[in-house]
Design a binder for this molecule. Sequence first.
Ligand SMILES: Cc1c2[nH]c(c1CCC(=O)O)Cc1[nH]c(c(CCC(=O)O)c1C)Cc1[nH]c(c(CCC(=O)O)c1C)Cc1[nH]c(c(CCC(=O)O)c1C)C2
Length: 344
Amino acid sequence: MTDTSTEHPFLTACRRGKTPYTPVWLMRQAGRYMQHYRDVRAKVSFLDLCKTPDLVAEVTVTPVERLNVDAAILFADILLLLEPMGVGLEYATGGPVIQRPVRTGGDIDALRDPVPEESLSYVYAAVRSTRAALNGRVPLIGFCGAPFTLASYLIEGGASRNYIHTKRLYHTDPGAWNALMERLVASTLSYVNAQIDAGIDALQVFDSWVGCLAPDDYREYVLPHMRRLMAGVTPGVPVIHFGTGTCGLLELMREAGSDVMGVDWRVDLDEAWSRVGHDMAIQGNLDPVALFAPPAEIRRRVGDILRRVQGRPGHIFNLGHGILPETPVDHVRAMVDAVHELSA
Ligand SMILES: Cc1c2[nH]c(c1CCC(=O)O)Cc1[nH]c(c(CCC(=O)O)c1C)Cc1[nH]c(c(CCC(=O)O)c1C)Cc1[nH]c(c(CCC(=O)O)c1C)C2
């Protein structure tokens, strides 16, 4: 695994090349289910952690060492980009909060356009220190929020159940909605292209909450912006497009133009893959709650997913969403070992 002269299986799989085993990594692999992370967080707030490159490197690399996963994901958050827009980002105990949500065309006009190279320079410092700490062992994934998911936080002011304010904006003022999405795409492109310059090996775009949309609304109010986002990413770095609850949207999401489609557990992986097309790679899709089952049952379920894709090149194993904080670490390790052993 330390041989950097050959491409790592994770990157080969993103390009649908043949690999000696199915590569695996886990969303939220750095997080509260791990004692090491809780120890770090006992001493420093979430935002201060994100802004301290050496600590970011430490919490990013630790799960790679403990779990033997095939990729690292930079420790950061999709909402960091919103802080320099001047809306008041805060990580409260109940989850992230936007103190001054945007609801009208006037609010949108008043947003600042972030200059990521300046206000988010700590992210690029973190990419460099994490790369140095990884020392070529596994590729480093950078990430961003997709414009719809970012807009939902900006407009609702935090997590949401029904997205009433978000949907009302495009129902009542599509011009303001499109202006907001265009600004988010522009800022996100400067943000991620500077992550690429700093040395990330792959990019995941998290559209975590896009599954709340009717297909016609996705087509009209989201897809054109996603197309411009994907087209603007500096070429050469594979892009993973992930969402949850996207069963009704997969064919439309394909049109955005990523290399890899990430799917949750609510759809059979072989069905998802044939619907997005075998000319794309696929990532997924074990239910994160399956990690609470006994290791023998976890192994059986890993085997089921691997059988569905029948060894077709271009599968990256992952959960269907992030690891939950209460997950037993030894079960996570058992899952990673099962993927490696059963796919070899
Ligand atoms: C560990 C963590 C993160 N963010 C937050 C936490 C919890 C803070 C803590 O308890 O220490 C606040 C934090 N930030 C956010 C949330 C979700 C809250 C909500 O339900 O709206 C929380 C708890 C918003 C967020 N943030 C992210 C998403 C997309 C992924 C997803 O769908 O889960 C979303 C929606 C991305 C994210 N966020 C994070 C990573 C790190 C890398 C890794 O995966 O190991 C990543 C990729 C890190």
